[in-house]
Write a protein that binds this ligand. Structure first.
Ligand SMILES: [Zn+2]
Length: 380
């Protein structure tokens, strides 16, 4: 059996690195960007579209899948991959963040979290063990555990208390995970969710128990949730400096291209975000030369493609003028074509990063990216 995690190359002048993750006969090469299939769908894209843009792994949400289509449906299909008709790796989040951000009624006890569905208000109760069982039904490749999220800026005591509960739940989760996966081959993996807001001692403690409890990697939670960019990167710099180097590091929910380049410089391996598809539905495209709003008058007769350096289906075939027309006419095809491009754009960035790391020129490549990306200021 191949090693689960292997570092292939570390850039000489930064912490950026290329690694390989093997999970259930699937290989993920990092840095990796994972599109988000919130409800068993990367919005507006088919599983074939997702494959064509170079996706290695995608993220789906336990909370959403539990509510719709429900776990009985997924069990019947043998899991989310079969249901969606994809053989790409799937990582599932634990629902902790969705309960925190979507549900207006939640009550946390030491045993779990009571919440009401954002769809119909029905009451539900997630426990650490149940969330592990749910991911077993989803049959994803990389699992996470239930955690307590706090909004930044959080008071120290509030962050400390949330971390204490998260640790308790992490313990229960990994025990249950080990029990129910002992006969499963090949086994899924499970990541520790690292919390602690912007407090270094709490983040350190979280990393320590995440490692000691035997988790397979670190998913950084509670970042990019209200703190300033400076606080976010200072915290990230600290975490990645002290994090054990024999496990992958995943920054949950990061999708801005400059942020992804920066976090990779610090040594982060994995990313996911809904922004590339959400922005696409608002007519915003990420390009090598900055973000553009396709509805702007200047694109009405523009025969050029969205991004001359992109190799996606959209950029190989369609003009900005056509995309602008589709968007302004409310044609759904614009959602699909711009989403394909935006996801491919972020995946292509990770490919550019990997090449730069191989050649020990990550900083130069980052500067080249910035000098082009900052050329066009966002035209609203
Ligand atoms: Zn493109």
């Amino acid at each position: 059996m191949k090693n689960y995690f292997k570092t292939i190359k570390i850039d000489k002048n930064s912490r950026s690195r290329i690694t390989e993750i093997y999970v259930r006969n699937k290989k993920i090469i990092t840095p990796v960007f994972m599109p988000v299939a919130t409800q068993a769908s990367v919005k507006a894209l088919s599983s074939q579209d997702i494959e064509e843009v170079g996706t290695q792994c995608m993220l789906s949400n336990t909370y959403h899948l539990y509510l719709r289509p429900g776990l009985e449906v997924l069990k019947k299909f043998g899991g989310l991959g079969n249901f969606m008709k994809t053989d790409k790796a799937i990582l599932t989040d634990s629902g902790g963040f969705q309960v925190y951000s979507l549900s207006n009624l939640r009550k946390i006890t030491e045993h779990g979290v009571h919440f009401s569905s954002h769809i119909d208000g029905s009451p539900h109760f997630f426990t650490p063990e149940k969330v592990i069982d749910y991911q077993s039904a989803i049959n994803s490749d990389i699992w996470t555990h239930l955690d307590v999220c706090v909004k930044n800026p959080a008071e120290y005591e509030e962050a400390k208390d949330a971390l204490k509960k998260t640790k308790n739940w992490a313990k229960k989760s990994i025990e249950h995970f080990k029990k129910i996966t002992q006969d499963i081959q090949p086994k899924p993996k499970i990541l520790a969710i690292i919390q602690g807001s912007v407090y270094k001692d709490l983040r350190k403690e979280s990393l320590e128990w995440g490692y000691e409890l035997g988790f397979d990697g670190f998913a950084l939670g509670g970042l990019s949730v209200g703190e300033t960019k400076q606080e976010m990167f200072e915290t990230l710099d600290y975490i990645t400096e002290i994090a054990p180097k024999d496990k992958p590091v995943y920054f949950m929910g990061l999708g801005d291209p400059i942020d992804i380049w920066t976090a990779t410089k610090y040594g982060v391996d994995m990313y996911d975000c809904v922004l590339p598809t959400r922005n696409a539905r608002n007519g915003q495209a990420l390009t090598t030369y900055g973000k553009i709003y396709i509805k702007n008058a200047c694109y009405k007769k523009d025969e050029s493609v969205l991004d001359p350096e992109c190799d996606c289906l959209t950029c190989k075939n369609y003009s900005r003028a056509y995309l602008s027309h589709l968007y302004k006419s409310g044609e759904l095809l614009s959602h699909r074509l711009i989403s394909i491009h935006n996801i491919r754009f972020l995946i292509r960035q990770t490919e550019i990063m990997r090449k730069a790391i191989e050649e020990d020129r990550f900083d130069d490549a980052f500067n080249e990216f910035l000098s082009k990306y900052n050329q066009t200021k966002l035209k609203i």
